[in-house]
Write a protein that binds this ligand. Sequence first.
Ligand code: UDX
Length: 484
Amino acid sequence: CYAMAPSEQQASYPHALVLPFPAQGHIIPALQLANKLLSQGIRTTFICAQHRINLIPTTLRFTGRVVALPDKVDLEKEKVDAGVQSLCRSADTVEDMRDSFQQLLNSDQFSDSRIFLISDFLLPWTADIAIKINIPRYVFFPSSATALSVSMYLPSLMAQIHIPLRSSDLHQCSTFIHVPGLPKLLAPSDLPSAFREDCPAESRNTCVKSCLLLREASAIVVNSFSELERPCFRALQNDQRLNSNQTKIYSVGPLLQLDYINCPEFNSEEREHHPVEEPSYTKWLDTQSSASVLYISFGSIAQLSVHQIHEIAHGLEKSTHPFLWVIRQPENCSESTAAYSLLPDGFQIRTKGRGFITFTWAPQLLILSHPSTGGFFTHCGWNSILESICRGIPVLALPQFGEQDLNCRVVVDELQIGVEVEKGEDGVAGREEIERAVRLVMGEKGAELRKKASEWMDAARMASVGSSAANFKSLCNKITSYAY
Ligand code: UDX
């Protein structure tokens, strides 16, 4: 047989450069994907905006090489923490990333291997670079297959409705949109917020370009599993057969820490790696009764208005259920005393003993794993949804931006593990509505929702060793077969 010289042999090794969008909800699952590639013996380098590197939760370990892309964010000056980040800042960072990434590729650091990109859906410039230097680009799609379908079928949506959506279109009760594979028609308000008129044009253009580039990718890797969104995956597969580029879609989710998917409780080693404040959460949860606590968190980006925070507080107070609430500290308010003043006067005294409030990054996986946690009031970020599913926890859905309205439809209409918290015309969910939803999920409807959620939890566990494991294997085969 033909024996390659060592240098020739090395140069033919596939080497994945994994590039997430610089936001926690994108970095966390991308790092899990990088870990999985590494575990299959695929050389993998994780490339991340510099200011984000130190904000990666310490529980997420990666034994491969990490490259920090210099950016101009000054952590000290801007007081960025893992939970405070504006999308505007991300957009600036992305600009910096592009330049630094170009320079990195121009250096001879990767000349000993055959590089290819696995880059976030929202980094369309990586497609330009891949074309320029003639390497494959795999798209990493960190959200639901439902959101992927809407993104892939954007041209057909544009034929049905005017994009950007005008505010008057959002409340058009008679307009419904058909997207292949989605069991129900969508309302204009379900579409991603980037398609709306009030989204800055630059962000919208990036999002539209990202959608249009999906079909150009060598493959798309989705953080979902086929059983969870079956009709959607089926339609995407049929589309792939008909499409000239035949971009294959690999559902490999849920991309969570493996121990988290398979262990009934997060193991003690993981607990030790959590920040010092962790015991206070578990200590408090230990004092509550089984499945009685509502965990409230709106992810790493969304910042609620003071009005919305007040309505939640009043709704919680009236509901009389115990709660653990993570409040994103507004960017211009760093002292905890100022943060507490966001709450209605006397709220903490009136809810003393049944409420635990924090303004810092919380160990969400641990909290969801605690037997006292019985419900999750969430913005429907896809990672949060998958984490809730993997612990069999029902949700109260209050989507904020991005594709979260679509994820809400999945949770409420398809999976039937949650209740939507309806907003008023001003976009704020009122206290009565919140009280109603809390009482429903934590009370009368709780058992039914929990039963469904635990069925999906079993399905997620099965998928992690079944369909998603098989898809991941075939993705790795594609990567190593040079059939780019
Ligand atoms: C964003 C989008 O909102 C989401 O819809 C998209 O799919 C990914 O990017 P984000 O808003 O941060 O993400 O929400 P989410 O997807 O839920 O991700 C947040 C992650 O941070 C989760 O893994 C969650 O466990 C973790 N987290 C968040 C914490 O561990 N502690 C916190 O205090 C907050």
